[in-house]
Design a protein around this ligand. Structure first.
Ligand code: HDE
Length: 697
């Protein structure tokens, strides 16, 4: 291995492949084909049986083969992330749409068509590493650019605002949402007293909470959600002129979310649905894409919109500042080893490059400390986590940092101090004009101010923007928020906490508060109108956004019976027609059989985006069988319908739909396999037929 970061840079450059490939990791890959087992120090050995004194005798302390095998095993885990423990990552590349040097000196944005490798890790926040994917939660969106001027990480989320305004509050937030400490229940859920007690006492949480209670909390998949940088950052150009910016990562697949009962059931049936969807899409060559956009604002705009751009609980509505698309990224390569790449990826908001700068957002400022600190902890105290293959920059690293556990570099410069003369002064200090260095925006100022532990008065309106969000949701998604709040609050024990939450909701909307109150058996509240307004914005819902641009990789269950060859051959025909459209059909029958991919004992509506029934299947719905739970085939259809999925049937397959009227939207009865496939594909673009979901009167 031609070790060292510069060696890696050369390999990546010389490979001649798109930067989206992960060839920069090639030098670290270990493949075990046709080789003998060795110890960690390279001695070929037999590690199948321990060394014993006689056939039935005790294992000997001398057995270094046993000892090294076990001591390695005993240390396989590193601490999981204290938050965002559950996640999945993939490689890809970013491509700049243009030369953006008028606004930023960042080299990866310096030329139209310029490509930069990226690694993205998606996550949920509250659950532990083994928790199910479909927890209602904010979702992490941590994006690393391996630029030719060093690594740049945007450690964002799928919701554009955050719960709190000061990093000092983060441990409190996390303690409140994590499982209650006595019994460690519930896992990956906020439906418990401590979470809502904190939320109701910290009204800055309300805005993010409403987003999480809407479809944004339960996306269909990582591919179908957007990302946001959340904080306001700075772009700085070569002349030192700076702009305030907000990042948007807009997915090109279309935004799609599940409904809550569906998400809960899916967690039981397939706890890995999000990571599986991402993996399968990339493995099949259906590479997901996001457009990178920025809202660009002047330094003077910081309090112009009626809120403070340094307050991370606020977003900038697009009516105020449009989003300028600056590039796109594509995820086109799965990891080769989950632990080595995804688990050991260590993102840092403080990983920045020339042309980018921070702002004084107190949450961002606090994060700049916490991530490095947590990585030191996760890497068992060693700062050399930056040298782990997935974390290395693709450019040479030169500084006077030395040694430490797991040091991989062989530093030959013995003058590891600055200033020196004996090494000609190198490594030199780089800055705005020398060595293409990082520099702080010259416009940045600290006001002449006293030292305070106080919240800025410009941060104290916690209700206007949640109301803007609420007003802007279609009624189906408002209902979703109400239902989610009813679920969460009916699962907590304390009436006092429920009342505190309703009082906060009531400052956002009297209607919201009272629709939740009614389900909790609590009295209706009079309006608390100080922050009420009728403004709306666009682009904040997950429902009602029009047809999805892409349905590639969506899953369709085709119900058939092994008792009828016609039913099976028609299922096959439907399957072929759907496959031709880039969908992933699975034929379901009583037993596995040629062309049958799932059984009624294993299949469930939540495993599919749409469900259809082949002809000649009547018996499946009318006769029971010991091969599957009572009523299961009919239940699959009923659930699919109730979860708002497109459903349909050919011929007498219709008999399975005991309670479904053919004239409802998203229900397709036809006499031809091809026609059904066409209709289902069309229906999948709508994804959820929300008119099936009951609304409050
Ligand atoms: Fe994080 N956050 N966070 N966070 N965060 C972590 O770092 C923290 C915040 C986000 O896929 C931790 O490596 C503080 C906002 C993502 O590896 C930790 C504050 C946003 C990830 C940490 C915040 C995020 C993390 C845990 C101030 C969106 C996963 C393990 C209140 C803009 C990254 C780790 C990955 C992870 C601290 C708030 C996003 C402890 C102190 C706001 C996507 O360092």
């Amino acid at each position: 291995m031609d070790g060292g970061a510069s060696g890696i840079a050369k390999r990546a450059e010389g490979s001649g492949k798109l930067p989206g490939d992960d060839s920069f990791l090639d030098g670290f890959v270990v493949d075990d084909k046709d080789v003998y087992t060795t110890t960690d120090f390279g001695t070929p050995v037999n590690d199948r049986t321990s060394l014993k004194a006689g056939k039935r005798g005790p294992t000997l302390l001398e057995d270094f083969v046993y000892r090294t095998k076990l001591l390695r095993f005993d240390r396989e885990r590193i601490p999981e992330r204290v938050v965002h423990a559950r996640g999945a990552g993939a490689h890809g590349y970013f491509e700049s749409y243009a030369d953006w040097s008028n606004v930023t000196a960042a080299s990866f944005l310096g030329k139209a068509g310029k490509q930069t490798p990226v690694f993205l890790r998606f996550s949920t926040v509250a659950g532990s590493r083994g928790s199910p994917d479909l927890a209602r939660d904010v979702h992490g969106f941590a994006l690393r650019f391996y630029t030719d001027q060093g690594n740049y990480d945007i450690v964002g989320n799928n919701i554009p605002v955050f719960f709190i305004q000061d990093a000092m509050q983060f441990p409190d937030l996390v303690h409140s949402v994590k499982p209650q400490p006595d019994r460690e229940i519930p896992q990956a859920a906020t439906a418990h007293d401590t979470a809502w007690d904190f939320f109701s006492q910290t009204p800055s949480t309300l805005h993010t909470l409403l987003w999480a209670l809407s479809g944004h909390g339960i996306p269909r998949s990582f591919r179908h959600m957007d990302g946001f940088g959340v904080h306001t950052f700075r772009f700085v150009n070569d002349e030192g002129k700076s702009k305030l910016i907000k990042y948007h990562f807009t997915n090109k697949q279309g935004t799609a979310s599940l409904v809550w009962p569906e998400a809960q059931a899916l967690n039981g049936k397939n706890a890995d649905s999000h990571r599986e969807d991402l993996w399968n899409a990339i493995a099949a060559g259906n590479f997901p894409e996001w457009e990178v956009g920025v809202q660009i604002m002047d330094e003077e705009d910081v309090t112009r919109f009626g809120f403070d751009l340094l307050d991370p609980t606020k977003f900038v509505p697009v009516e105020y500042v449009p989003i300028t698309p600056i590039g796109k990224f594509v995820l086109n390569r799965n990891v080769r080893n989950y632990f080595a790449e995804t688990e050991q990826s260590m993102f840092c908001p403080g990983h920045v490059v020339r042309g980018i700068d921070f702002t004084d957002d107190p949450l961002l400022q606090g994060r700049l400390f916490s991530y490095v600190d947590t990585h030191l902890h996760r890497n068992l105290g060693s700062p050399n986590f930056e040298q782990i293959p997935i974390n290395r920059p693709h450019v040479p690293v030169h500084n006077n940092a030395r040694d430490g556990a797991g040091q991989h570099m062989i530093h030959t410069n013995i003058y590891a101090y600055s200033e020196n003369t004996l090494n000609g002064g190198a490594p030199f200090a780089a800055n705005q004009t020398r060595g293409n260095g990082f520099f702080t925006a010259p416009a940045r100022r600290v006001l002449d101010a006293a030292y305070l532990r106080e919240v800025s008065p410009t941060f104290m309106d916690y209700w206007t923007q949640p109301r803007l969000f609420w007003n802007s949701l279609p009624k189906e998604e408002q209902q979703m928020v109400v239902n989610a709040a009813r679920f969460e609050l009916s699962n907590i024990q304390s009436t006092k906490v429920r009342q505190n939450v309703l009082a906060q909701f009531n400052r956002i909307s009297n209607e919201l508060a009272n629709r939740v109150a009614v389900a909790l058996g609590l009295p209706q509240l009079g309006p608390d109108p100080k922050y009420y307004h009728n403004n709306k914005t666009v682009g904040v819902s997950t429902f009602g956004r029009g047809p999805l641009p892409s349905i590639i990789g969506f899953k369709v269950g085709i119900m058939a019976t092994t008792k009828d060859s016609q039913s099976l051959s028609q299922a096959k025909q439907i399957s072929d027609a759907l496959t031709a459209k880039g969908l992933k059909p699975t034929v379901i029958a009583e037993t596995l059989f040629d062309g049958v991919g799932a059984t009624y004992s294993g299949a469930d509506a939540v495993l599919f985006d749409a469900v259809v029934v082949a002809d000649n299947t009547k018996e499946v719905f009318t006769k029971g069988s010991s091969l599957y739970p009572t009523g299961r085939p009919a239940q699959i259809l009923r659930d699919a319908f109730n979860y708002g999925k497109p459903v349909g049937a050919v011929g007498d397959g219709k008999s399975g739909f005991d309670s479904v009227k053919p004239d409802q939207s998203g229900v397709y009865f036809t006499n031809s396999a091809d026609d059904l496939a066409n209709k289902i594909a069309e229906g999948l673009k709508t994804f959820k037929f929300t008119d099936r979901f009951p609304l409050d009167e």
